[in-house]
Write a protein that binds this ligand. Structure first.
Ligand SMILES: *Cc1c(COP(=O)(O)O)cnc(C)c1O
Length: 423
């Protein structure tokens, strides 16, 4: 058992090595990604992966659960404290799994749900026709207005009155402005609908009050734990005490089997980190960096969707530069800058081409980068897009990117060990 991955399975090791170095030497601007702490990595890589623990702490279907119970209870208590929630289920394997269980805890296939349209910033699991949510539920899309690209609450209210959804589901993967949770809750109350919020993207900011929280208002709040919250890849459901039993039952045995106890332990570590004062400082800086980067790019002639941001992300409209999202993503990739192409509201391009890229600052802020680095990054983004066909030029940017990244190291110990092993 003592031989390490590099000796046991050099092929897989090579992939892990390559990815470790890629993360170290590239600028990660994908808004849904982050770098977890070494403590989170250690918990997630622990022997808790060996344990079956169907059920919940104190009520398991397997023996030997005394230590995983400790880990899950810590995760639950910390999650409740962090978000001021009455109940937390920390078992969903992902954000989508959390949404599956949340929906089915109170509504059934054939029911009507109102949620933000994918092409206006929503998520696949909020009713996309290719996703279970769009197949099982009748979806009434919420949209943004054409002029200011903000959510059209008047239209949402009109549609809710007309279509009487059983649930109004707020939240987004690509909406940079503040959600008016209160207005949507009032709208839900008027039509007798459940109100749910998906804070997958904003969770870290919400935990520390940098972005408004829906937790006191919503019947259900779902989230991922791996985006701004900076924990292991996974999901979670927060809810009112009245829904606790239904949520727990639909998660297990309703839609999942055994929980991933190593991931739940890592969630507990992440929530513990998020309860520390430094985490608030981190979220504040992430917001400041996002605002600064958006402003710098606007200064270079790009259009920012909705004109700015109130969180960790924003969308760049590339049409003023006669570039598509697909082209920009490819050019930036060669320059060592990782982004994802994204539709902008009312996008004339097909989703696979898209007119925009989504940009987020959680990962670069974790590395310690600040305003001066945001100015530099904006300049590199613009230079790379301007030279999108010039491989040599993009390679020269990638070298400069690597230089900056090495000044703001991630996992320095791991990288050093791996580089020594390689030599
Ligand atoms: C990322 C995201 C999810 C899903 O997360 P997965 O863990 O990838 O399933 C759900 N909802 C929203 C709004 C998201 O942004």
């Amino acid at each position: 058992m003592s031989d390490t991955l590099s000796l046991r399975d050099p092929e897989v090791y090579k992939a892990v090595l390559g990815e470790t170095l890629r993360q170290a030497d590239h600028l990660e601007l994908i808004a849904s990604e982050n770098y977890v702490s070494e403590a989170v990595l250690e918990a997630q890589g622990s022997v808790l992966t060996n344990k079956y623990a169907e059920g919940y702490p104190g009520k398991r279907y397997y023996g030997g659960c005394e230590w995983v119970d400790v880990a899950e209870r810590l995760a639950i208590e910390r999650a409740k404290q962090l978000f001021g929630a009455e109940h937390a289920n920390v078992q969903p394997h992902s954000g989508t799994q959390a949404n599956i269980a949340m929906y089915l805890s109170v509504i059934a296939p054939g029911d009507t749900v109102m949620a933000l349209s994918l092409d206006h910033g929503g998520h696949l699991s909020h009713g996309h026709p290719l996703n279970f949510s769009g197949k099982y539920f009748k979806i009434v899309p919420m949209t943004v207005r054409r002029d200011d690209e903000l959510i059209d609450y008047d239209e949402a209210e009109r549609l809710a009155q007309e279509r009487r959804p059983k649930m109004i589901f707020a939240g987004a993967s690509n909406y940079s402005r503040i959600f008016d949770w209160k207005r949507l809750k009032e709208c839900a109350d008027k039509v007798g609908a459940y109100f749910a919020a998906d804070i997958a993207h904003y969770a870290g900011m919400i935990a520390v009050g940098v972005y408004p929280s829906p937790v006191g208002l919503a019947d259900f709040t779902t989230t991922t734990t791996h985006k701004t919250l900076r924990g292991p890849r996974g999901g979670m459901i927060l809810c009112k005490a009245a829904h606790a039993a239904a949520v727990d039952k639909i998660n297990f045995p309703g839609t999942q089997g055994g929980p991933l106890m190593h991931v739940i332990a890592a969630k507990a570590v992440c929530f513990g980190e998020a309860l520390k004062p430094e985490f608030k400082e981190y979220q504040r800086k992430t917001l400041e960096n996002a605002r600064h980067l958006a402003k710098a790019l606007a200064g270079l002639g790009y259009r920012i969707v909705s004109g700015g941001t109130d969180c960790h992300l924003f969308s760049l409209d590339l049409r003023p530069k006669n570039t598509t999202g697909k082209e920009a993503e490819a050019a930036l990739d060669k320059a060592g800058i990782t982004v994802n192409k994204n539709a902008i509201p009312f996008d004339p391009q097909k989703p696979f081409i898209a007119s925009g890229v989504r940009i987020g600052t959680p990962a670069v802020t974790t590395r310690g980068m600040a305003l001066a680095e945001m100015d530099q990054i904006a300049q590199w983004i613009d230079d790379s897009i301007a030279h999108k066909g010039d491989e040599g030029y993009l390679k020269s940017v990638a070298e400069k990117v690597k230089g900056l990244c090495r000044r703001f190291p991630v996992y320095p110990k791991l990288v050093k060990e791996m580089e020594n092993g390689k030599a």
